[in-house]
Ligand binder design. Structure first.
Ligand code: Z5A
Length: 211
């Protein structure tokens, strides 16, 4: 594909601190590189329209349809934004990516993982993330963070209303994936102060020669 930049992905359950870490990394990286921040699902007009469908609590979406909607959003994002940015030498930081689909649609929704991988591959083409950070936070702590952030009524979206979001399924699913793919995923303890987590991530990027 000839990309010159790097694709840095943040993964983890709801409230694990991805968005916080994306912002902190962006502040540091921007002193060294041109960057592009993306979130999934979203990031293009088409992908944001799909996001609105996917997170709408009024809709009941079948698991296979959900999988394909996430993949459609990603296929558009990859081709319209990510690949051109990488080819222009930018560092792209993405809040969620293919591992979210493996865990939420594959593990939590019980869709055959090989089918999920095949769909992910179609959405990605030849693109491979440079590094994926998994922010590991126990689900009780993530839930407390969401309660603190959203207030007692939670204001949950369609995915956050699912039992699996805060019962350990997602956290354990991610840890299983990280064991299976140690070359592409780096597990980071997401429980300390955000600045400490950010320093750990920076250390990994340094060790990989990316910063
Ligand atoms: N989904 C899927 O099923 N399949 C897919 O392929 C993809 C996604 C791509 C997207 O929701 C949903 O789509 C998601 C998975 C599914 N749903 N679920 N359930 P989203 O984008 O709206 O939400 P999210 O990705 O789950 O992010 P979030 O809820 O906003 O959480 P976060 O970004 O990980 O955390 P945060 O916003 O940085 O932090 C949460 C709070 O904790 C906030 O108040 C922070 O100030 C606080 N925080 C952060 N870090 C710390 C530390 N270190 N200590 C203490 N407090 C902290």
């Amino acid at each position: 594909m000839g990309a010159k930049g790097a694709l840095i992905v943040f993964e983890g359950g709801d409230g694990c601190g991805k968005t916080t870490q994306v912002q902190l990394l962006a502040e540091r990286l921007t002193k060294h590189h041109q960057i592009l921040l993306m979130r999934e699902p979203g990031g293009t007009d088409v992908s944001e329209a799909i996001r609105a469908i996917l997170l709408n609590p009024k809709l009941s979406i079948k698991p296979e349809a959900e999988l394909l909607l996430f993949a459609a959003s990603r296929a558009q994002l990859v081709r319209e934004r990510i690949i051109p940015a990488l080819e222009a030498g930018l560092f792209v930081i993405c809040d969620r990516f293919v591992e979210s689909t493996m865990v939420y649609q594959g593990i939590a929704r019980y869709i055959d993982l090989q089918a999920v991988e095949a769909v992910n591959k179609l959405a990605l083409g030849a693109l491979v993330p440079t590094v994926t950070f998994l922010l590991n936070v126990p689900c009780q702590i993530s839930r407390q963070r969401i309660v603190l952030r959203n207030g007692a009524d939670l204001g949950l979206d369609r995915m956050e209303r699912e039992d699996f979001s805060f019962d350990g399924t997602i956290q354990n699913g991610y840890l299983e994936l990280a064991k299976k793919y140690p070359d592409r995923m780096v597990v980071v303890d997401g429980t300390p102060d955000p600045k400490v987590v950010s320093d750990t991530i920076w250390g990994h990027l340094k060790a990989k020669g990316l910063v």
